[in-house]
Write a protein that binds this ligand. Structure first.
Ligand SMILES: Cc1ncc(COP(=O)(O)O)c(C=O)c1O
Length: 409
């Protein structure tokens, strides 16, 4: 037998794909169409006083998360901004964030006239490292924003203990973590505020949208007012008490979200089961290391299933080329962020348009080696809709990786 001639050609070179399943997203049926149609036909499309479908969804989402309050808004960036302002940050305050996340986690800090302070992630989980947070706390620190990256729970016990000790607020960026749990509690319900996105790729979506959840009545009232042009409960339509904006969602979005929410728990359980199975399948492959499940992680939403790739076990093929090969094999995957956030032009060129950031702040000197390695060399993402596949699909993902390895080694 000649192993060279027995090799199956890679799909990227014109061979047959390993995975032929189509993974639809968003998931919906005729009943969603009917529900939106009814709102359209009612003519009540807007959300002037946050009643009707919007309020019903907010109550359902708060109950699902186990919090007292929820305030919906136009997206998961505005939700972070509402949370920061409600937490009472002052110009020049420092907010600790991870560098391995979407830009909104840090850019909303600048929008709130504060200084993002980047601390590195844990190499085992890619979540913010509590030890690095502690080392970065100064007398100017006001808020920590842990991101439950890919739907993986941060070490919330350690983070909350730190926050209480230093009198800091915690805003959980749970944009990837709808339905995920830490020690049996829904992510987003543990810090002072939890922030979610409903943008089209997210595990719960209405195309665009966001929400904050909290148990703190004062924070709730402030965020509720800020998303509704500074109005307050019991106030007149043209009475404005705070410098908010119109960040309200429509009734059509809300009804769609209520429908999608009914599917979320089952979908999350399925992604979690598939993620655990994929861990077992990928662990034995040399050069592939699934991320470790976080401490206290009881349910992972696998918005992203992430594994670490080592090119040395794949004939030196660089990560981005490997991801192209894997995608060609039919695995819905992505190379992820090209750089940690502090390498973005926004930070390197100091395009802050915000005068509260001291001149001395210099992001060209920031270096988070774990995040840099994740971006450039290691991290491969399999996308959430693929995690709704069958066990056979997970087996096919593993086969696709092995096929590439055999072909390039
Ligand atoms: C971690 C994280 N935070 C916040 C956001 C912002 O959400 P949106 O796009 O709804 O503004 C995103 C969006 O991708 C995200 O990934």
């Amino acid at each position: 037998m000649n192993p060279q001639t027995d090799l199956v050609p890679l799909a990227i070179h014109g061979g047959a794909k390993t995975v032929t399943t189509h993974f639809p997203w968003p998931v919906f049926d005729e009943s969603d169409v009917q529900a939106v149609t009814q709102v359209v036909q009612s003519g009540a499309w807007g959300n002037p006083d946050c009643k009707g479908e919007v309020e019903a969804f907010e109550q359902a989402f708060a109950a699902y998360c186990g919090t007292r309050y929820a305030v919906s808004c136009v997206n998961g960036s505005v939700s972070l901004r509402l949370a920061l302002i409600a937490c009472g940050v002052k110009p020049g305050d420092e907010v600790i964030v991870p560098p391995y996340t979407f830009i909104a986690t840090a850019s909303t800090v600048i929008e709130a006239n504060c200084v993002p302070v980047f601390v590195d992630i844990d190499p085992a989980t890619y979540n913010i490292d509590p030890k690095a947070i502690e080392a970065a706390i100064t007398e100017r620190t006001r808020v920590i924003i842990p991101v439950h990256f890919g739907g993986q729970a941060c070490d919330m016990d350690a983070i909350m203990a730190l926050a209480r000790r230093h009198n800091l607020r915690v805003i959980e960026d749970a944009a990837h973590a709808h339905g995920a749990e830490y020690q049996g509690r829904k992510l987003g319900s543990i810090g002072d505020v939890g922030s979610f996105s409903f943008q089209s790729s997210k595990n719960l979506t209405s195309g665009e949208g966001g929400i904050v959840v909290t148990n703190d009545e004062a924070l709730y009232r402030q965020m509720d007012s800020l998303r509704n042009v500074g109005r307050i409960e019991g106030g007149q339509w043209y009475d404005h008490y705070y410098p908010g904006c119109n960040y309200r969602i429509t009734q059509m979005q809300a009804v769609l979200l209520s429908r999608q929410l009914k599917r979320l728990e089952e979908q999350t359980q399925l992604r979690n089961r598939n993620g655990l199975y994929l861990n077992d399948l990928l662990q034995p492959i040399e050069g592939i290391t699934p991320l470790e499940r976080g401490l206290g992680e009881t349910l992972h939403s696998y918005h992203l299933y992430i594994f670490k790739y080592s090119s040395s076990k794949f004939g030196g093929v660089p990560k981005n080329r490997f991801v192209d090969m894997l995608a060609a094999e039919g695995v819905p995957c992505f190379r992820g962020y090209p750089h940690p956030l502090y390498r973005q032009p926004l930070f390197q060129q100091k395009n802050f348009m915000c005068y509260a950031i001291p001149e001395t702040v210099d992001y060209t000197q920031v270096h988070c080696p774990v995040a840099e390695r994740a971006c450039q060399e290691e991290a491969v993402w399999i996308l959430q809709h693929a995690m709704l596949g069958t066990r056979e699909d997970m087996e096919a993902f593993a086969r696709a990786i092995v096929k590439i390895q055999r072909s390039v080694s």
